[in-house]
Design a protein around this ligand. Structure first.
Ligand SMILES: C[S@@+](CC[C@H](N)C(=O)[O-])C[C@H]1O[C@@H](n2cnc3c(N)ncnc32)[C@H](O)[C@@H]1O
Length: 231
């Protein structure tokens, strides 16, 4: 058997090897991200609320129609392992300030290593107003939430919702996602009603089937301030 490769065959074998040698790093980082996410879930299932990070398809649906380039202040709540963060950072304008609040200390530290120079704070979204008050613009143009709304304790849920409404600029936008399988739960119904009562415009995206589990996005704009939260 002749084991000698012709030049063109050697060339294509090298190309395949080069592609193969790149593949493990992409796969390795994806596996590392999933393991980190699973680790966060095992540490605090009642805070993380999912066993796998959101897909890029859901991240793209989250930022669809958002004027990230023109925004002065963009906030991310509950970035986890950074599934939405990557897509947000790719689209920010040069002057846009970006702040993210993550309750899980290990995840916040990992995010700081993964995205050096980006303002990830290990803090609850309940303290959003501190960060908005410290920002240059004092109002958030866009808030993007990865929070697990349906499992948050009611007082925490309501405090965060209030913080979002009070932090947004009058023409500000808010995006959050919900899992399709949870949309019949009473807590999901109450959340939907809260959105409709506290924003002048609420849109629901198509279902993102490529996410595990399938999910959709609520895009809300023009918050209605000073309205008490319904019981
Ligand atoms: C369902 S995971 C979503 C993570 C990521 N956005 C994604 O979609 O892959 C929810 C994230 O919200 C964080 N979280 C939960 N409660 C929070 C709070 N009060 N303040 C800030 N982050 C919180 C959790 O630690 C977790 O990282």
């Amino acid at each position: 058997m002749n084991h000698t490769l012709t030049a063109s065959r050697r060339h294509s074998a090298e190309a395949i090897l080069a592609r193969a040698s790149k593949r493990p790093s992409a796969v390795t980082s994806q596996v590392a991200e999933r393991l980190a996410f699973l680790g966060a879930f095992l540490r605090k299932p009642q805070v993380v609320g999912a066993i796998t990070p959101s897909s890029r398809a859901l991240a793209l649906a989250m930022v669809e129609g958002m004027e990230l380039k023109r925004a002065k202040l963009v906030i991310e709540l509950g970035p986890g392992t950074g599934a939405f963060t990557k897509v947000i950072l790719e689209r920010l304008g040069r002057q846009t300030e970006f702040v993210a609040l993550e309750l899980d200390k290990v995840s916040a530290k990992r995010l700081r290593q993964q995205f050096p120079g980006v303002a990830f704070h290990h803090d609850s979204a309940e303290n959003l107003h501190h960060y908005v008050a410290r920002s240059r613009s004092k109002r958030a143009d866009i808030v993007i939430s990865g929070l697990p709304w349906t499992i948050l304790p009611r007082p925490v849920h309501d405090r965060i919702f209030r913080e979002i409404i009070d932090s947004l600029a009058p023409d500000g936008c808010f995006a959050t996602f919900a899992y399709l399988h949870g949309c019949c739960l009473p807590s999901a119904g109450r959340f939907r009603n809260l959105l409709k009562e506290h924003f002048q415009q609420v849109e629901r995206s198509r279902v993102v089937w490529r996410n595990i589990p399938p999910a959709f996005v609520y895009r809300c704009s023009r918050p209605i301030p000073n309205k008490p939260l319904a019981g």
